[in-house]
Design a binder for this molecule. Structure first.
Ligand code: F6P
Length: 338
């Protein structure tokens, strides 16, 4: 007989992402709808260890669906990496009578949740966990989409569109660094969306001559007088690339590192809607007695996957889109556009 879920915790962990609040809201509202109590845990795993929690009701999550960041705060926790730290967290879960826990974050968040659930089981306590993928990098292997990616892309595109205006006026080269510590999803998606002259991603080894110099020369020969190079931070430093462009091509580029502006802002409709569906699914899975799952999107559908298996999954990088980028910018049109 499955133990009925009566009370769950919810937390956000790792790098924050626009849409996390929409997910928290959906978790709380769905729990209430299903007769389950919900406890908010502030500051991620650190907060659980330090009993930084509060009861959440429908009003706790009013007017947050459109807010960036996370009302539960987030933090990285070294202590939680150790069994002794997780034992403290477990004591708090027992004190609160938590049957389940929804963890919103990235791979590291899910690994911590799974370790906590296993440590609970070893201690004879049932704590079922469900992960909701939220990171602007979109680099979680089991899910085609992660909350925050669309908002971050739109933020970056808006910034680069503004940069293009002044680069066009001064007939300059702009080198823009976008986030993506280990992944080029942001850089490639944004690069296509702004018609970048060149895009550098960690998934493809960088050859300066092939990937930058030759593309700029070809564009210039086709009559283009301003150039946009988008670099994923995991592929290199925009400052160093700017210096090489100056030394080897003779342009005088301007370098912009977009940084943490990509992590903020009001979530787009896509992020709000996806987060709402994922939050709803997370609580539905928990109350159906299916724990230790990750909520993911696959081909536009919301699915729940075994957490251990999901953490081993890899998704193939859409390198075919790199070819599209090259085709659309290699001719270098004379038009005022890209
Ligand atoms: O959330 C992912 C991410 O934004 C990466 O793209 C970036 O490199 C990293 O977080 C920055 O981490 P922090 O906010 O700890 O500086």
């Amino acid at each position: 007989m499955e133990k009925q879920v009566k009370r769950i915790g919810v937390l956000t962990s790792g790098g924050d992402a626009p849409g996390m609040n929409a997910a928290v809201r959906a978790v709380v509202r769905t729990a209430i709808c299903k007769g389950v109590e919900c406890v908010g845990i502030r500051r991620g795993w650190n907060g659980l260890i330090n009993s930084d929690f509060f009861p959440m009701n429908a009003g706790s999550v009013s007017h947050i669906i459109d807010k960036g960041g996370t009302i539960l705060y987030t933090a990285r926790s070294e202590e939680f990496r150790e069994p002794s730290g997780r034992a403290k967290a477990l004591d708090v879960c027992k004190l609160l009578g938590l049957d389940g826990l929804v963890a919103i974050g990235g791979d590291g968040t899910f690994r911590g949740a799974l370790a906590l659930s296993r440590q609970a089981a070893e201690a004879g306590h049932s704590l079922q966990v469900v992960g909701i993928p939220a990171t602007i990098d979109n680099d979680i292997g089991c899910s085609h989409y992660t909350i925050g990616f669309d908002t971050a892309c739109n933020t970056a595109v808006e910034c680069i569109d503004k940069l293009r205006d002044t680069m066009q006026s001064h007939e300059r080269c702009s080198v823009v660094e976008v986030m993506g510590r280990h992944a080029g999803y942001l850089a490639l998606y944004v690069g296509i969306a702004v018609g970048a002259t060149a895009v550098l991603i960690p998934e493809r080894s960088v050859d300066f001559e092939r990937d930058i110099a030759e593309k700029i020369r070809r564009a210039r020969l086709a009559g283009t007088t301003h150039f946009m190079v988008v670099v994923a931070e995991g592929a290199g430093s925009a400052v160093e690339i700017g210096n090489r462009i100056r030394e080897e091509i003779g342009l005088d580029p301007r370098v912009t590192v977009l940084g943490h502006i990509q992590r903020g802002g009001s979530p787009t409709a896509r992020d709000r809607e996806t987060a709402s569906r994922m939050g709803y699914e997370a609580v539905t899975v928990l109350t159906a007695g299916r724990g230790n799952r990750i909520i993911a999107t696959q081909d536009g559908r919301i699915v729940d996957l075994d957490m251990e298996e999901a953490l081993q999954m890899k998704k193939s990088f859409p390198m075919d889109r790199y070819q599209i980028l090259e085709a659309l910018t290699s001719t270098g049109s004379r038009s005022e556009g890209d």
